[in-house]
Design a binder for this molecule. Structure first.
Ligand code: NAD
Length: 426
């Protein structure tokens, strides 16, 4: 089943995600002069759990799926990270994504460690009933791992509010009481937070405006291209347009859509609601996926998937700023090319950290049992994103490094210092 699945769209230069993360980690570790023991500690995941998930399919046959949960580090608090369902889920990818979560939480001063989970399955070939069974059995097998003060999942690729509701319900059934805080990204009705859905795109908007200010780009003079028109891409496009920027290109898995006078983002969102994809969207000219990334613009927001900006196209990108809405959209080999060309890259662990920040707000609200207004959520998100951006900017200037390395320095430093104070239990 899974071997037949092929996601459309180009993966231009696939890297081993864990190695790719470690290459950036190593540069920061050297600048921080991490002791070898601390280096090893921060590199090694604290826990990796793989479970088998036997499911009786709708046709009566039993199929076995494989599920992982990797806790990279929990020194800052309970570990936090999404769960993805995809045919190509593998432990290396899950390990890299778990480490990214550690750095992301640390960077935003969110008191969580980093984790990630995944189930190797092809959701496009599963019914709702089968998906629910997989989710519940995965959760049952992870009862010793999950917990509202231990390890807290969230949605990721191909999982959503409904998946979180099933996890919360299964976990609560086993614990004999409702424990909302065991997952975030839940539906509002069962303890989700206002503003969570838009949080990642809102964070992208905040740090993009921050970077634009640094180079004197005014919103009214800024043309933006956004790759990916799902949760992150569509909200980033909408909010940046509300700030006065012109969105000249949007794309999804079906291709790129370009209009130099500006795409009507609200119309496109409505179109996707009705039609699922941008295919047939009028008011823009169709371009190929590779032409799309090279469109003439001031800001590029890759908000689709990993490995999109590679040595093959890094020289052709015209944007002055790249705001990484997606996780890992730029390969480690493309970094030096972009740096040399003076392109400011707002790294994923900063640019898309709005999601985990509001997930933290959701968890706080669940534990206190008091729910915040949307204004309070957005104000606090803005404060935390701006503080993280300013901190990264200052570090990058201090060490004359890219924002990416600045972000790694700040986040690794915080985890390493916390480890030093807590000490090693033996
Ligand atoms: P989504 O599934 O809602 O949307 C993904 C979009 O990308 C879709 O429009 C899809 O058609 C498009 N796409 C897929 N392959 C493509 C390709 N090759 N070329 C162009 N477009 C393509 O996903 P999302 O939640 O918006 O997440 C997007 C990225 O952001 C992922 O890397 C995810 O890990 C990251 N991220 C998401 C969140 C969040 O809160 N949703 C938080 C942090 C990071």
């Amino acid at each position: 089943m899974s071997s037949e699945y092929k996601e459309p769209g180009p993966v231009l230069d696939k890297e081993n995600p864990f190695e790719s993360m470690m290459r950036r980690f190593d540069v920061a570790a050297e600048i921080l002069q991490l002791e070898p023991g601390v280096y090893q500690y921060l590199k090694t995941p604290v826990k990796q759990v793989t479970v088998s998930i036997p499911i009786q399919m709708d046709n009566g046959q039993v199929e076995i799926f494989e599920g992982h949960r990797v806790i990279h580090n929990d020194i800052l608090g309970p570990s936090k990270g999404g769960i993805r369902y995809a045919p190509d889920v593998d432990i290396n990818e899950v390990k890299a994504l778990a480490a990214w979560m550690t750095w992301k939480c640390s960077l935003l001063s969110v008191p969580f460690g980093g984790a990630k989970g995944g189930v190797k399955c092809d959701p496009t070939k599963l019914t709702q009933v089968e998906l629910e069974k997989i989710t519940r059995r995965y959760t049952a097998n992870m009862m010793d791992v999950f917990g509202d003060d231990k390890d807290i999942p969230a949605p990721d690729m191909n999982t959503n509010e409904q998946t979180m509701a099933w996890i919360m319900d299964t976990y609560s059934m086993h614990m004999r009481r409702t424990i909302g805080g065991v997952v975030t990204g839940k539906p509002l009705l069962i303890g989700g937070s206002l503003g969570r859905r838009e949080a990642t795109g809102r964070g992208v908007m905040i740090v993009t405006l921050g970077a634009m200010e640094k180079i004197g780009l005014k919103p009214k003079d800024t043309a933006i291209v956004v790759q990916g028109f799902g949760n992150v891409g569509s909200v980033s496009a909408q909010l940046l347009r509300e700030q006065g920027c012109k969105i000249i290109g949007i794309s999804d898995v079906t291709g790129g859509y370009y209009n130099k006078r500006g795409v009507d983002v609200d119309k496109a969102i409505e179109y996707v609601k009705q039609n699922k994809t941008l295919t047939g969207f009028t008011g823009a000219e169709k371009v190929t996926q590779s032409e799309f990334l090279e469109l003439d613009c001031d800001v590029l927001v890759p908000a689709a998937k990993e490995d999109q900006i590679t040595p093959k196209n890094a020289n052709k990108i015209t944007a002055k700023i790249i705001a990484e809405g997606a996780n890992g959209p730029t390969t480690a080999n493309a970094d030096p090319i972009l740096n040399e060309r003076g392109i400011i890259v707002i790294p994923d662990i900063l640019a898309n950290a709005g999601g985990v920040t509001v997930s933290y707000f959701e968890w706080v609200q669940n534990r206190v049992g008091y729910y915040w207004s949307i204004d309070r959520v957005n104000r606090r998100l803005e404060r935390m994103m701006k503080a993280a951006f300013d901190g990264v900017y200052a570090t990058s200037k201090k060490h004359t490094v890219s924002l990416r390395i600045g972000a790694y320095i700040n986040s690794i430093d915080r985890v390493a210092k916390t480890l030093k104070i807590r000490g090693i239990y033996a």
